[in-house]
Design a binder for this molecule. Structure first.
Ligand code: IMP
Length: 176
């Protein structure tokens, strides 16, 4: 059976530093206002949790679950909403928190769905972005890191449901 050993691509320390900067930027931009964080499950749960702790504003939290990958490493091309928000976002300052923008299909589809619900503003925070694979342009307002076209795992991101618990972003190498 193939053995897959993760190799560190972005360390826990680098992730923490970057998230602190993103939290500061959000705090500055929304000074004196409340923000509603929408965590895109499952992959963004760890990023979302750490980012919220660095936002010094009144924050509300909601969840949405989407899937486009199944158990593989390539998008199926259709985005399914597995779980919707529990509260209205009408007139709210919404920040969608995503783990990674790859082709952009997932986040573009979600943004269109949420925009139709009448938020005051809608911004996107994504920990990772793979520019070489992007097909559906979306503006990432708060970006953690740009990465090359590699399948990454850890810090919430999975391969076939595994590796989400790793505290760093890694790549899988076959055979070591
Ligand atoms: P997109 O619709 O192609 O932008 O894909 C976005 C979703 O695919 C993300 O929310 C992830 O769940 C998943 N995804 C894309 N690239 C990776 C990766 O390198 N590792 C793990 N999940 C990924």
């Amino acid at each position: 059976m193939e053995t897959l050993a993760p190799e560190v691509l972005i360390s826990e320390e680098d992730i923490a530093l970057r998230i602190e900067a993103l939290g500061n930027a959000i705090t500055e931009e929304f000074q004196g206002q409340e923000v509603t964080i929408i965590c895109v499950l499952k992959g963004a749960f760890m990023f979302c949790s750490d980012l919220m702790k660095k936002i010094n504003l009144p924050v509300k939290l909601d969840f949405v679950a989407l899937s486009s990958y199944g158990d593989g490493t390539a998008s199926s091309g259709t985005v399914k909403m597995e779980m919707d928000l529990s509260d209205s976002i009408k007139d709210k300052n919404v920040i969608v928190v995503e783990d990674i923008v790859d082709t952009g299909l997932t986040i573009q589809t979600l943004k269109q769905t949420l925009e139709a619900r009448g938020p005051k503003t809608i911004k996107l925070a994504s920990l990772l972005f793979k520019p070489s694979r992007n097909k559906h342009p979306v503006n990432i307002d708060y970006l953690g890191f740009e990465i090359q076209d590699k399948f990454v795992i850890g810090y919430g991101l999975d391969y076939a449901g595994r590796y989400r618990e790793l505290p760093y972003i890694g790549v899988l190498n076959a055979g070591n």
